[in-house]
Design a protein around this ligand. Structure first.
Ligand SMILES: Cc1ncc(C[n+]2csc(CCOP(=O)(O)OP(=O)(O)O)c2C)c(N)n1
Ligand SMILES: [Mg+2]
Length: 695
């Protein structure tokens, strides 16, 4: 408590607003100063905006930050994280655990803010979903938050369409996204804004911090387009608030947003970075470094703040938040909970679905009707087996949906069953999402859908996973069950040539911590891969699938495909076990390995084939299982995979045990490529013999 301020009872509501805003500002300044790093300028400028959204508008209950129908707040300019830590702290937002239960602790304590950017603080450098309750999505890579918010808005439309009934608006939340110049320069935000405009997402509001400053200086050096006109062209409703300190105008613009139907809203907010700093306002210096002790004092003086106070929350501030967002949020949630109880009485099945979904569980019988593919030498393409499986899952799991970045017919991801429908502005219940040719925004949108508890997938050619990678990485960091279906996963794209043939993609994606990369070897492995993926609650997956048919293995002769769930398994073995050589393969190379194995057996060589669709899953198996699949004493090993050899040494010893790609591919029919790059049984046989020294 401070004596520098008039007694709280004497303050007008406007003065209380100002007190709260300056608390956000000074907490941000002090935290950055203490950490000796961080971004003070934008929190100083946007404190009035964040205050207005949180304390006047947002339907968010700090006592239960995961209430399903809450409004979403996304801070896409994640470097301004002190805005979020201040809002979460001052509103008294409670922490929840990984089972979504509140644990009786504040999400962000004042002590966390004092320890901003320090190890284990709940006020890290950038907003981190999963680490801090109340953070709706991880942001920091500019533009990602904005694009992810599209997924949240699509989710609301879809959920409302499926679950609302007359008199029961179970889902009617809005999504508020704050973004800066950096977000809007990034391509991903343009992709996302174009899609949002097309879909007419009127539950979505982006507020653009138009401060003309980025790290290198004034935006005139690199960003001079007319952003407002650009958003008009995307089909958004564009508003402008000329003064970031004008709460009434900000509130009014947000009201216009809520009354605007058929279009998303874009609010250009003119602001001054480092607002109130006599020497740093409107300069890049306010962006990303502490103000310095002397400037901190000057700023506090300008705010009418005690100059030497640090981390001060004056009397009346917590109470003002409690009276604002606290009361409004609690009431909204109470009303919703009552509504939901009445809804449950009338629509028990729908209510049960919503509850399952919220816990990321699956409906009973979700795996009924999964296809089983009979042995067939000619076989089935990975993408075709996937298409059949997706169509079953999307019928058994009501909230399973997704789509492709304009490659549905090639990826075979189109949901074709009666009633599947297309998600469009006028048909928000469709299960086929059309992302257009926007892989990056697609992946972020998939994350936004997963954050909203739907089970989404996005699809493209494997080569274009590059265009989606930053969002795939964030899915892993956020521990989201996002599914990325990538077909044409190797040289199978043949004549399209090296621009379309992935080489380093498996290695590169396998390097992302926590991301499950699965490359199934035949149609039944595809089904088992899906069976595994769908049960994941907190892990994203990349599914790499073949374009061309792969023989469907005879599972009466070889081990069952259920081994996929262990990441790698002994598919075919030397008679009686005890192999002298092991061939490890994934995807399209599994049947090649089997062919080579049969030839070796015929020559009396005791080989084993290990199908290894997923390193990540295999590495999480107990050591004795891993050793049973790859006995440490068997040193003669060959890995075969039509991709970069990078990394396979860990299973086979050295790089010369790997038949893989060391260059880009080439444009030619697949058969010729297989010959050119050594993916033929004779070459595998020769490699095994070389390992055994019997060549
Ligand atoms: C994809 C990406 N590229 C670069 C950065 C590094 N970076 C962080 S903030 C920033 C400048 C952002 O400018 P603006 O969005 O205008 O933020 P302001 O300084 O106005 O708050 C940059 C380049 C980043 N975080 N993400
Ligand atoms: Mg800026």
């Amino acid at each position: 408590m401070s004596t520098a301020f008039p007694a709280v009872e004497t303050l007008t509501s406007t003065q209380l607003d100002q007190l709260c805003i300056n608390t956000i500002r000074t907490l941000s300044i002090d935290a950055v100063q203490q950490a000796k790093s961080g971004h003070p300028g934008t929190p100083m400028a946007l404190a009035p905006l964040v205050y207005t959204i949180w304390n006047r508008i947002l339907r968010f209950d700090p006592k239960n930050p995961i209430w399903p129908n809450r409004d979403r707040f996304v801070l896409s300019n994640g470097h301004a994280s002190m805005l979020l830590w201040s809002a979460l702290h001052l509103s008294g937002t409670q922490a929840v655990d990984s089972e979504y239960e509140t644990i009786g602790q504040a999400s962000v304590k004042l002590d966390d803010i004092r320890r901003f950017r320090q190890l284990d603080s709940k006020a890290p450098g950038h907003p981190e979903y999963h680490w801090v309750s109340g953070v709706e999505t991880t942001t920091g890579p500019l533009g990602q938050g904005a694009a992810t918010s599209i997924g949240m808005a699509i989710a609301e439309k879809w959920l409302a369409h499926h679950y609302n009934r007359p008199g029961f608006a179970i889902f009617d939340y809005n999504v508020y996204t704050v973004c800066g110049d950096g977000c809007l320069m990034e391509g991903i935000a343009s992709e996302a804004a174009s899609l949002a405009g097309h879909l007419g997402l009127d539950n979505l509001c982006w507020i653009y911090d138009n401060n003309h400053i980025t790290i290198e200086g004034n935006t005139r050096i690199a960003f001079t387009e007319d952003v407002a006109t650009r958003f008009l062209a995307y089909g958004w409703n564009v508003l402008r608030v000329g003064d970031a300190n004008d709460l009434e105008r900000i509130e009014h613009a947000l009201e216009v947003f809520r009354n605007t139907k058929g279009r998303p809203t874009f609010i250009v907010l003119d602001s001054h970075i480092g607002y109130g700093s006599p020497n740093k306002q409107d300069t890049a210096a306010a962006h990303g470094e502490p103000l310095g002790d002397e400037e901190c004092r000057l700023v506090k003086r300008a705010y009418g703040w005690p100059e030497d106070a640090k981390f001060l929350v004056p009397e009346g501030v917590y109470e003002h938040f409690t009276a604002g967002i606290g009361a409004r949020g609690a009431e909204a949630r109470r009303n919703w909970t009552q509504l939901f109880e009445a809804y449950r009485a009338q629509y028990p099945d729908l209510a049960a679905e919503i509850e399952l979904m919220q816990r990321r569980e699956l409906p009973t019988g979700w795996d009924r009707n999964l296809p089983v593919f009979p042995a067939d030498a000619k076989g089935v393409a990975g993408r075709d087996a996937s298409g059949k499986t997706l169509n079953v899952l999307a019928q058994s799991i009501p909230w399973f949906l997704g789509g492709s970045a304009d490659l549905g017919p090639s990826n075979k991801t189109t949901l074709t069953f009666p009633g599947a429908g297309d998600f469009q502005a006028d048909s928000p219940g469709g299960k086929n999402l059309h992302f257009g040719i926007r892989e990056h925004a697609m992946a972020a949108t998939v994350n936004g859908l997963a954050l909203s508890k739907l089970r989404p997938f996005g699809a493209s050619f494997f080569i274009f996973s590059d265009y989606a990678r930053p969002a795939i990485r964030l899915a892993a960091l956020m521990e989201l069950p996002s599914l990325f279906v990538f077909t044409h996963d190797a040289m199978g794209d043949g004549e399209d040539g090296p621009t379309h043939q992935p080489v380093e993609h498996l290695a590169s994606l396998r390097a992302i911590p926590g991301l499950i990369v699965l490359r199934p070897g035949d149609a039944n492995e595809v089904v088992e891969a899906y069976r595994y993926i769908v049960q994941l609650r907190h892990q994203p997956t990349v599914l790499a699938l073949s374009r061309q048919p792969l023989p469907t293995l005879d599972r009466t002769k070889y081990a069952p495909a259920s081994g996929v769930a262990k990441g790698a398994y002994v598919l075919a073995d030397a008679p009686g076990g005890n192999p002298e050589a092991i061939i490890i393969a994934s995807g399209s190379e599994v049947s090649l390995a089997v062919e080579a194995h049969e030839k070796l057996l015929a020559e009396g060589i005791r080989s084993r084939v290990v199908s290894m669709p997923s390193w990540e899953i295999f590495e999480h198996q107990p050591k004795d299982y891993r050793d049973s699949v790859l006995p440490p004493n068997v040193k003669a090993r060959v890995a075969v995979e039509q991709a970069s050899t990078f990394g396979w040494e860990r299973y086979v010893g050295t790089a010369d045990h790997v038949i893989g790609m060391k260059t880009f591919g080439a444009s030619a029919p697949l058969k010729e490529l297989q010959r050119k790059f050594g993916f033929e049984p004779a070459q595998v046989v020769a490699a095994v013999k070389q390992q055994l020294g019997t060549n």
